[in-house]
Design a protein around this ligand. Structure first.
Ligand code: SUG
Length: 445
């Protein structure tokens, strides 16, 4: 069946801030305590969404989470009114307080793993929210993520929503950031490619030493089972532990795929030859392009700094395959030189479009982190909540909404201000009406 690949970007939430919460993520740590600009962050994200919609892409929007998360603070023993919970947590446990204020759900590549219906035995499109167990500030996302996905893909005939995997490091799951799909046409059965950082149930196997491996092999296998994938169309590969130790906390920081292309750094995988063989065998024909970026041209450090691989590799409606890159790639000399030759070489990638997503980049999230890919056939496209699909009308509503409710600077102390909680809840309540989401947030239930 004919299908397209849609991108669902996370709308940056009103609490966007820099709290240095992600050990192993270089940008998050190095920008800790910087003053953020939530309004600018949200508008940068909306501009990217609008530009992709204008290029003819099916572009969706996923709502942010409720933050500050007073409910999680209550679970860890803070009591009294919401205002008291916030001020006590801020004073007595500032690190936990900040974790409960993160706008990290903007990175919807970590929202879920999605398998198109053409790959799944029951012919349904499967979603499993990521449990994100490795970081507390992210581990509090999956339940509401599930609510939001169900409100956007609200049709049980076409869409199958699973519960997130058990909340334990053994099943640490980071969603689509560690998952890629290859196919000839989007509507064909594809090869689903899962990249994990370690085996959780076998400590004799090689693993990173300095930074955590967030995705386990066992989690990837569990997702493949839940989604009823065909074993012959599923490939598992281990990320190179050395690059995790250099700040590559997700595979989408070092590799990206689309259709019959895998664009990756030569140090991305533990056993590159095996990975290539496995992909080709599963893909079933040789019309496949491995675009390997050599370390001599782009170092791992430059890849992490510029997010060359955290780019979106997409097919425009006219069939052209293009890269959606952060402007940081244009500013990095080695990366810019590489990209300029790449688009002239003999390969399917024809152009690069640059976007300023610096507010997100400073927390370690490039264009690809900000979007969740969902392959949709024609019937499924019709079944998506129309108020979550980007067009001129929604763009204008959402930019007005951001300009009305968002602050243009935010630091830790502002997050404890009771008026900030009220402001955020008012904004989110209005958003659920704009997007016809129903009551997805705990404060609305
Ligand atoms: O999980 N940063 C996110 C960035 C996620 C990027 N996603 C992908 N690569 N797909 C993370 O590390 C930083 C928040 C802070 O420090 O305030 C943060 O959560």
């Amino acid at each position: 069946m004919k299908a397209i690949e849609a991108n669902f970007d996370g709308l940056v939430g009103p609490s966007h801030n820099y709290a240095g919460l992600s050990f192993g993520n270089v940008a998050s740590k190095s920008n800790a305590n910087a003053v953020s600009n939530p309004k600018k962050a949200a508008l940068q994200g909306l501009d990217k969404m609008k530009a992709l919609a204008d290029l003819g892409m099916f572009q969706g929007v996923l709502a942010p989470q409720e933050r500050p998360d007073v409910h999680s603070l209550r679970r860890v023993g803070f009591t009294g009114s919401d205002e008291k919970v916030l001020s006590d947590a801020y004073k007595k446990a500032p690190a936990i307080f900040l974790a409960c204020c993160s706008a990290s759900s903007m990175w919807t590549a970590n929202a879920a793993t999605v398998s198109p219906s053409a790959d799944c035995k029951d012919n349904k499109l499967h979603f499993t929210p990521a449990n994100l167990t490795n970081k507390f500030h992210r581990a509090i996302e999956p339940k509401v993520t599930g609510n939001i996905l169900k409100a956007v893909f609200n049709n049980s005939e076409y869409f199958e929503h699973h519960q997130h995997l058990p909340e334990n490091d053994h099943f640490g799951d980071e969603g689509a950031a560690n998952h890629t799909r290859f196919c000839s046409e989007y509507g064909d059965a594809g090869t689903e490619f899962f990249v994990y950082g370690k085996y959780a149930f076998d400590s004799s196997k090689i693993a990173p030493k300095k930074f955590p491996a967030r995705q386990t092999r066992e989690a990837s296998e569990a997702i493949a089972r839940l989604h009823q994938l065909d074993d012959t169309k599923t490939v598992f590969a281990q990320q190179n532990p050395d690059v995790i130790d250099q700040g590559v906390f997700h595979n989408d920081v070092i590799a990206v795929g689309n259709k019959n292309v895998l664009f990756y750094h030569d140090q991305a995988f533990l056993n590159t030859q095996q990975v290539k063989q496995d992909i080709l065998k599963s893909f079933g024909n040789n019309d496949f392009h491995f675009i390997e970026v050599p370390s001599e041209q782009v170092s791992v450090q430059d890849a992490v700094k510029s997010y060359l691989f955290n780019t979106q590799l997409i097919n425009l409606p006219n069939g052209d395959m293009v890269i959606i890159a952060p402007s940081d790639c244009e500013e990095n000399q080695a990366v810019n030189a590489y990209l300029n030759t790449l688009i002239q070489d003999n390969n399917p990638i024809t152009n690069v479009h640059y976007f300023d997503v610096k507010q997100s980049m400073q927390n370690g999230g490039g264009p690809a982190c900000l979007r969740l890919r969902v392959v949709l056939n024609e019937q499924q496209q019709q079944a998506v909540n129309k108020n979550a699909v980007m067009n001129n009308g929604l763009y204008s509503k959402l930019t007005t909404w951001v300009n009305k409710h968002y602050r243009d600077q935010l630091c830790a102390a502002d997050l404890a201000d009771p008026s900030f909680l009220l402001e955020s809840r008012t904004a989110l309540d209005e958003l659920t009406q704009i997007m016809h989401l129903g009551s997805v947030y705990p404060f609305q239930r």
